[in-house]
Design a protein around this ligand. Structure first.
Ligand code: AMP
Length: 281
């Protein structure tokens, strides 16, 4: 496995693989890799001849008061996980390699990026779309792998790929959880012992909401009300949103119908965590 911080080196490697007729998968990440990321990498390894993992804490997807400076980083551990999972190349650039001092072109999306996390993080998806678009141009993958953990991000990326005619297949992968249910996240490392316990209200609410839909409940207010009740019972938790939307358009739903995404964002202390379920009704 190779690691490089240079765009021209990635291009050179991918060109060589293309010359050999090999397929290429891309797994975009912000590093501090865990089993959630690993599941994406393993899937990519199974479905492609070569796999590139990008490991880049993308500054432009963080808001001014967000955790860019403190976002956890451990490139040595990331290398070990990627190597173990069978990746071929890690792309680990400095911000300066990705963004020239006079960088001035952004991918801006309407609607899909405006609800849910877009409300609290108004510039987040502009940063995500811009960096993922750049990664698609640098790596030119046949397939790119994203986790359902970030369900709105997946909808946003699918829409960008469709709207901008980017020639890549987007593969969605299920949420990987801790044994007790908490969705794995690099940000879980911010939680102290008490907060870690309190954070279980997210997955509890998600499992309960999903069970209600599966039992036949269709009224969004009833489902979301029951989920909120679980979260509000935890004193360390503060709800950012608990919503039900169409999983592709991110338009709010009053009835569970079609491809339903129920998503929550909750502050546990100062740490903002997200979780969701998607069901076809
Ligand atoms: P991040 O490093 O948080 O930007 O995540 C990189 C990719 O890994 C995104 O596509 C995430 O959705 C995915 N991912 C993060 N956590 C999980 C998880 N617990 N299960 C599945 N995929 C995940």
């Amino acid at each position: 496995m190779e690691i490089t911080g240079r765009i021209d080196e990635v291009r050179k490697q991918v060109k060589e693989w293309r010359r050999q007729g090999l397929t290429v998968g891309l797994v975009p990440t912000m590093g501090y890799l865990h089993e959630g990321h690993e599941s994406l990498i393993c899937r990519a390894v199974a479905e492609n001849d070569k796999v590139v993992v990008s490991d880049f804490v993308n500054p432009i997807q963080f808001g001014v008061n967000e955790d860019l400076a403190t976002y956890p980083r451990d490139i040595e551990a990331d290398k070990r996980l990627c190597e173990h999972a069978g990746a071929d190349l890690i792309f680990h650039p400095e911000a300066e390699e990705m963004y020239a001092p006079d960088f001035s072109t952004y991918v801006e999306m309407q609607k899909v990026s405006e609800g849910l996390c877009g409300k609290t993080r108004p510039t987040h998806f502009r940063g995500v779309c811009t960096v993922v678009c750049k990664l698609f141009h640098i790596v030119t993958p046949d397939r790119a792998y994203f986790g359902q953990k970030d369900a709105q991000q997946m909808a946003v990326i699918r829409r960008m790929v469709r709207d901008l005619d980017i020639d890549v297949e987007i593969v969605g992968c299920p949420i990987i959880r801790e044994e007790d249910g908490l969705a794995k996240s690099s940000r879980n490392t911010y939680l102290n012992q008490e907060e870690r316990k309190a954070a279980l209200v997210l997955s509890k609410a998600i499992f309960h909401g999903e069970a209600l839909v599966k039992k036949g409940e269709r009224d969004a207010d009833v489902i979301l009300g029951a989920m909120k009740e679980i979260i509000e019972a935890e004193p360390l938790a503060r709800i950012d949103y608990v919503e039900m939307v169409d999983a592709d358009s991110i338009e709010p739903l009053t009835k569970a119908e079609g491809r339903v995404l129920a998503a929550v964002a909750v502050y546990i202390g100062t740490t903002r965590l997200i979780d969701n379920f998607i069901v076809e009704v």
